[in-house]
Design a protein around this ligand. Structure first.
Ligand code: F0G
Length: 461
């Protein structure tokens, strides 16, 4: 019988330079993680073999981007690279006015200060740590309006990033539309496991918010990955290019905050984009207080040039297919090993369900934090907790108890090979086999804000 023709994807790039990695022994890793207070954020990167802490700022830039770095116009005001960046954002995303910022949270700070008044409610399709904190610091309260399936790691819903319109409507009825300055819509929702929102749902949210005079602000940090899932899963979008889908997504929103350190393939940078002149004018006033002049916003000219080029590369169909394809490869491997992961496989990493992996630990024993430390000890692979530690405390001091208790294996873009993916899955399996003997952690130091970055732990006896 004839075999069907297989069309494997492969990376649409090749290597021109490599960075050597340090290999460590188990005793070295045991010492390192203990010194880091069992917090993978506090490890020295030199002690890490494969670094899956984040996909943020960890991408490999292309030769075109590196060449662009040499074309930096390091003028304090009116740099040529700013105008290049502005043009790229207008061309590929369609937003009118833009302000560069040093990274995503710089844009979130300014946006929250411009749009949120004390006592306002800000609905969003699941929280993100820095986004919610800036909303709270501006006097607002975040309200989760994502569909229930997003909180269920087992649900195979193809668009777990969707908004539940009934939840949104209930908020409007309870608080009144005037108390809701905008709905924050994240594309490829990070905390849900890199899960997309559909165009259909986004259009519904647009129609509803328009009726009530509420803006939509787009957290477009991973918009290209979201567009890929729309292309693969949503009826009518099979033949559209990623570039077209990205543009269409943006067209249903009034502005955006962007951490360009993710999809836009740069090591540092972000921006705030907005279509409303008045809001832009105020943001332009504020950026000089917090970031720098409105034509550099905390970035060097060369950073803005690399970002402009990265934006264009990020909406290339071959790029994004290989990007998500690599994550799917790792996810399938883990599933074959019986490791419980969030499904469907997301766009920027694999999220292991630590509650199922370590069912003998209570949430107060930090199952995801524990698991991330164990994986590091096993192989030098660095992952990150996304559970109760990341969720932090409510303004009244109580702990948030998120339903999802996850360890994120985040894949940097264009950095690791398929062989690295094999090593990662095998290490997760190694820990999985001895999971019953794993003990939890106790928090011994807790910082006030975004505690997951600097908290320290001790092993429970
Ligand atoms: N929004 C989302 C959805 C993010 O994932 C991040 C960063 C930000 C905003 C903030 O951007 O870091 O440039 O200030 N996420 C990183 C991560 C830190 O590891 O998931 P930033």
């Amino acid at each position: 019988m004839k075999q069907p023709i297989k069309h494997s994807w492969a990376e649409p790039y090749k290597m021109k330079m490599v960075e050597l990695l340090k290999m460590t022994s188990r005793p070295q890793r045991l010492k390192a993680i203990k010194e880091a207070g069992y917090n993978t954020f506090l490890l020295k990167s030199e002690d890490v073999y494969i670094d899956l802490l984040t996909d943020s700022g960890t991408s490999a830039m292309s030769d075109r981007q590196w060449a662009g770095m040499m074309m930096g116009d390091e003028a304090y005001a009116g740099s040529r690279n700013f105008f290049r960046l502005e043009k790229a954002i207008q061309k590929f995303y369609g937003y009118k006015y833009i302000i560069p910022t040093h990274q995503g949270r710089g844009a979130e700070n300014i946006l929250s200060k411009v749009l949120i008044k004390k006592g306002d409610i800000v609905p969003g399709n699941m929280y993100f740590t820095t986004t919610r904190l800036h909303q709270e610091l501006a006097g607002g309260t975040f309200a989760d309006v994502i569909i229930d399936e997003a909180h269920d790691p087992e649900s195979e819903h193809p668009f777990k990033g969707n908004v539940d319109l009934q939840k949104l409507e209930a908020l409007v009825k309870k608080h009144g539309a005037k108390r809701i300055p905008y709905v924050c819509i994240a594309t490829n929702v990070n905390m849900a496991g890199g899960q997309p929102i559909s165009i259909k749902n986004l259009k519904e949210v647009r129609a509803y918010t328009k009726k009530h005079g509420i803006k939509i602000i787009h957290d477009m940090t991973r918009v290209a990955e979201n567009a890929y899932f729309i292309q693969q899963r949503e009826k009518g979008y099979e033949k559209k290019s990623i570039r077209e889908i990205v543009f269409e997504i943006c067209s249903y929103t009034d502005g955006a905050t962007m951490s360009a350190k993710k999809d836009a393939l740069v090591n540092i940078g972000g921006f705030l984009a907005i279509n409303d002149w008045d809001a832009f004018e105020e943001a332009r006033n504020l950026v000089v207080v917090y970031e720098g002049l409105h034509t550099y916003g905390g970035l060097a000219g060369r950073d803005m040039e690399a970002m402009a080029i990265g934006i264009e590369e990020s909406v290339n169909d071959n790029h994004i297919r290989a990007r998500v394809g690599q994550i799917e490869y790792l996810g399938h491997k883990m599933t074959e090993f019986g490791i419980p992961i969030v499904k469907p496989i997301g766009g920027h990493g694999i999220f292991v369900d630590a509650k199922q992996f370590l069912p003998h630990l209570s949430q107060d024993e930090y199952p995801a934090q524990t698991l991330a430390a164990e994986i590091y000890i096993d192989s030098g692979v660095r992952t990150m907790e996304r559970g109760i530690v990341s969720a932090g405390r409510k303004p009244n001091g109580e702990n948030y108890y998120p339903k999802l208790e996850l360890v994120r294996f985040t894949i940097p873009r264009r950095v690791y090979t398929q062989a690295h993916m094999d090593v990662i899955a095998e290490s997760a399996y190694n820990v999985f086999r001895k999971r019953k003997s794993i003990k939890g952690l106790k928090m011994i130091y807790e910082p006030k804000y975004l505690r997951f970055f600097q908290a320290k732990f001790e092993k429970l006896k």
